[in-house]
Write a protein that binds this ligand. Sequence first.
Ligand code: FAD
Length: 299
Amino acid sequence: LDAPLYADVGGDVDVSFEFSPPKSEKSEETLWQSIETLCPLGPRFLSVTYGAGGSTRDRTHATVARIARETAVPAAAHLTCVEATREEIDAVAQEYWAAGVRHIVALRGDPPAGAADYAPHPGGYENAAALVAGLRRLHPFEISVAAYPECHPSSADLAGDLDNLKRKLDAGANRAITQFFFEAETFFRYRDAAAAAGITAEIVPGIMPIGSFAGVQRMAAMCRTDVPGWLVRLFEGLDDLPAARQLVAATVAAELCRKLYAGGVKQLHFYTMNKAELSYAICHLLGVRAAPRRAAAAA
Ligand code: FAD
């Protein structure tokens, strides 16, 4: 873990970027500027989230289809089981296949607002493992699923959570992408526990660059991600200093990525929040650059 920050491991690390479908014309412009900025880094894929209860179904589809049409980077569409029948979900997946999209991030989704516990739709897929099996029956999609280094909030314990991850992989998922976390050790412990549970698939750390610390704290509370005291102290006093905050955020995330790399991680997935700068800066610090090979692939 002693490698210098500017380790220049770019040639050795694969990155992917996650976006949300835009809500307005203005946010669509920001999103596309971000995609154009990040594509030359030669990401493995660009993924687009699916709003709670399928609320962004059309906007997710439009964004994914545009990525597939207008960039050379593979697009990945998130898809959830919430509030839809199997037939409805299968129809969405069929539309993706027809649009040339070959990668689905298969998720159960969260309970609708106001509902305490998750209840599967009658006639719907029960959970992410069932969705993976359903997608596998349709087409040879590449399938990613979610993993939780600090346990899913509704899981009784880590062993149960890992059993669930194993079910998703056994059903045909190719890899897992993790919820965000802030300590490299959290990921390493999880990776070791997964290996001990017989999981051999790639587990890609999800990296959350901190754009708004208050926003990240809210999300962390919802998904029970630990926000360490040192991180709280680092962001103290920066609320009104956006430029300084960006510098701190880039440094913190680059340091996490560097430690992960030093521990053998070769793939990183960035939650971009539709803004390119932080993810770009972190990649740059790691040596992931718009090299001619990457730029040509993305052109
Ligand atoms: P599952 O893997 O089905 O499991 C959820 C929980 O239920 C686990 O605790 C599991 O242990 C338990 N469980 C499931 N089946 C069983 C069973 N048979 N027996 C016992 N326990 C079981 N949400 C969105 O709405 N849209 C998105 O685009 C989106 N993208 C995401 C991307 C990533 C990388 C991650 C990490 C999360 C994302 N989420 C998204 C959030 C996700 O939908 C929630 O975390 C949701 O609550 C769980 O989804 P899952 O696919 O992990 O569910």
